[in-house]
Design a protein around this ligand. Sequence first.
Ligand SMILES: Cc1ncc(COP(=O)(O)O)c(C=O)c1O
Length: 386
Amino acid sequence: MQHKALQGITTPAYVADIAALKRNMAVAKTVKERTGVKILLATKAFSMFSVFDVFKDTLDGTTASGLFEARMGATHFGGIGSGKEVHCYSPAYTEDELRDVLEYSDHIYFNSVSQLKRFAPMVRARHENATIALRVNPQISLVKNSSLYDPSAPSSRFGVHKEELSEDVLAQIDMLHFHNLCENMAQDSVALIKHVASEFAFAIQHVSKINLGGGHYMTHPDYDLFALCDALVAFQKEHNIAVTLEPGGTFAYEAGYLVSTVLDIVERAGGNHAILDTSASTHMPDVLEVPYRPNIIDSGEKGEKPHSYILGGKTCMTGDVIGEYSFDQKLEIGSRLIFTDMMQYSMVKNTTFNGMPLPDIGILHEDGSYELVKSFGYDDFLNRLS
Ligand SMILES: Cc1ncc(COP(=O)(O)O)c(C=O)c1O
């Protein structure tokens, strides 16, 4: 069992699983081969650049949420002139930020007509052949589990509405951008593609490229890859247009762990608590934000196995609880727990709240060996604060 290598490591640690990342890249390769679309990595989901080599053979580049991700993508994945693309979308740019972004990216996406009008001349002046894109809100809610993650939610600030796509606006752009999904299965990818085709045909004919966003959960076992591929092929043929996709989370899906150690057991009438050297609040914030229950290797639901525990984080926040789990053996001080699917939206979002040390970052190689990439210390906590 590959996870044996994780038993002896220093914890807490995020560990990327190279074999699993490669498995995810095989999915991206299939989509590219069947459809001819370009696929970017949305680095907001996963930015562990020490493993970007696994992605480089397959993906066409990266897409950033602003200056720092654009710079990282250009530096560690490939920038202008390297054969890789760096795209950048932000809900709003400052002039200074955009000027710096243009050092690294010549694919600039705007969120509003006002930003487009203000900044398009600056983009064209810096890069004659730049691609200027405008995000469009397709106003079709396909993310059902949480309005927090639905770009088409009624209160959404993302993207221009259909009626704003005047000829004057369309004349200023090269690309339309629709990011409207989050962990959606293929029927929703297909629904989005069909909706865009039927509602936005008038706009598509003005541009040469279209980005159909992220959230296509193509590496999930229940995702019907061929339904996506068929829809993409038909769409490109019908509209004679080049499609780009920009998923993030799905390429890191089930591709790594957060390894932690039990520090203490606290027995209470309402249930036994195991306090860990990690924390939902600081190291896996989506557990509280989404919220969701992460899987732990060899665990069960509360009461399913003989020994149940409430797993709590090492911070002062009462709600810093990961969930209730059961195990075959009693947990003890020093027991090791391995949370799975801990690469996406984890280390990119972590914090040092309470002075929590950041987890180590490591790699589980295909031969089962563990490589420590980085560990953090007091300076990483301190330097953010004054
Ligand atoms: C504009 C944009 N593109 C791509 C993504 C990546 O989405 P996912 O990680 O769900 O594939 C996001 C995520 O929020 C996004 O906002």
